[in-house]
Design a binder for this molecule. Sequence first.
Ligand code: TXA
Ligand code: MG
Length: 332
Amino acid sequence: MKRTGSAATIARGADVLRAGGLVAFPTETVYGLGADARDPQAVAKIFAAKGRPADHPLIVHLPSAALLPRWAAHVPDAAQRLADAFWPGPLTIVLRRAAGVPDAVTGGLETVGLRVPRHPVALALLEAFGDGVAAPSANRYGRVSPTLAAHVREELDDRVDLVLDGGRCDVGIESTIVDLSGDAPVLLRPGAVTVAMLEGALGMPVRAAGEGATPAPGRKPSHYAPRARVLIAGEAEAVSLARCFMAGGARVGLLSTQAPAEPGIDWLGLPADSATQARQLYQRLRDADALGLDVLVAVPPSGAGLAAALADRLQRAAGLGDGEPDASDLPP
Ligand code: TXA
Ligand code: MG
């Protein structure tokens, strides 16, 4: 696939951003749909292109941690420590916003999510632009995040001024989000920077956003979904669940590391290690739609760290908060 990270294309990207346009660009996690984060009209175009509710906050991407004081009212020691340890990289830090950060970006919140990505094309674009670029994942609202430029073109081609192609995203799932705007660090979204890594760098525990905590807006379970209905199952019952739906006439696929012994089930295989699983997961969800599956039975990886982040994404693809299929998921 053609890569478009040449100096001339990067300069054009920065010009499009300065002119208030939209540039889709690769990051190491997923492709982002970027606009000048200081320009509310440009930011409004992101919401229009995605079909996303305008009160959802966006992550502001920075060329370096040196720009943190422009965007955050206060940079706590903990934020500096995480920036030193993980930036550029797949970590978003939520801080109290500086005066002048547009409501269009924060969804009216008093906080702002900030991240320095490590993909060379993203960094080159941010450096050429010189300030914050607001960017959600470059997919239509509620759909699977893009990990190839072709995915962006499929969904948003006519709605974006420029798509930069940086090949397949190396991490493959969205950044970890940690909220440092309160008294104690809270994990809002799991990702490749794991809780253990955060706690190691901070020297203090990181609480998961759970009961009583406000979930990150836009983290509704219905997100990250393919068109096929996704059902979560354990390895042991996955095939019988699949057979149940096949008996009802559905075209059924199985997303798992173990190939099914049964004929008639489309197997979407996942490799054994979590890093490669993450790199391939969203492509597999797109494959499910390309195959025209009605139902995808998914066996989430078990374990902590990146495996837990993958299980989180699969549960969301299934429209579940807790990963348990209920009786209403069974065919009549
Ligand atoms: O890896 C990523 O984070 C990708 C790439 C493009 O950087 N971006 C991404 O953006 O996944 P998006 O908009 O699809 O997801 C951003 C998440 C949303 O769930 C949003 O609610 C949360 O970040 N978020 C942003 N600002 C926030 C804030 N101030 N407080 C709490 N959550 C915030
Ligand atoms: Mg998204």
